[in-house]
Design a protein around this ligand. Sequence first.
Ligand code: SF4
Length: 286
Amino acid sequence: MADTTTGVVAAPAAATPARVSTMLGGLATAEHLDRSDLLAGQRSGQVGSVHSWELVTAVDGPGTRMTTFLAGCPLRCLYCHNPDTMSAARGVPVFADDLLARIRRYRGVFRATGGGITLSGGEVLQQPAFARRILRGAKEMGIHTAIDTSGFLGRNADDAMLDDVDLVLLDVKSGDEDTYKAVTGRTLAPTLEFGRRLAERGIETWIRFVLVPGLTDGDANVGRVAAYAASLPQVTRVEVLPFHQMGRDKWTELGMDYALTATQAPSAADVERARDIFRAHGLTTY
Ligand code: SF4
């Protein structure tokens, strides 16, 4: 997922980003299942590993959204502000039907605000069967759907799943292969490939890019992301997200090494400079 903690995303228009964190509030867990039933449920998508959910406004897509953070991610982003979502084992098993029942309760809010649901993480495409069920169920209720993904596991999204996705928030963490590897520990190509597939299918896409001083903020690197975004006709927006240190304590609590202790947040001028590079490619950028 992108790094979009409250107040970090520059909201479109005059809207003020807001998050109401609930963790798993109100959701029953499937922790009572024995191991074999749990595995069977996960395989079928009836059970997913969920970290938390929250209601958000002006982030994670249009309108008021119920964003659900799934647990488990194949990337290891140096700036991850939710490192506790990296491991699927840290999530809580939740029945898809229970999550859908919760989503149903907010239909009126979604309708009134032009919002919907967003599946984030962790990495939503690490649990494709569960995601497929939630997205299908939401579409059956007439709810707008978004997924927030790095695209690294894009091949896990079959065409049927993508038919139920209205918007993809595609996190392009670098335009330069070596930098991508340094930031995430993984390769860039699957992300680029997934974005092109979304173009073929005409699925609206917002590109998200985290600006990290000394890591991703080189003009050439930003320019590569911008050129890629501009090559995709379905991209309607780019969000440049300034790096921040809000996740640092979680890394410490989890006993994980945090490499960006000395890295400062970019200045407002640096962020605007990066946004201008995107704008120069004709992209609507926030
Ligand atoms: S490690 Fe995974 S969850 Fe964390 S920022 Fe990267 S893609 Fe998102």
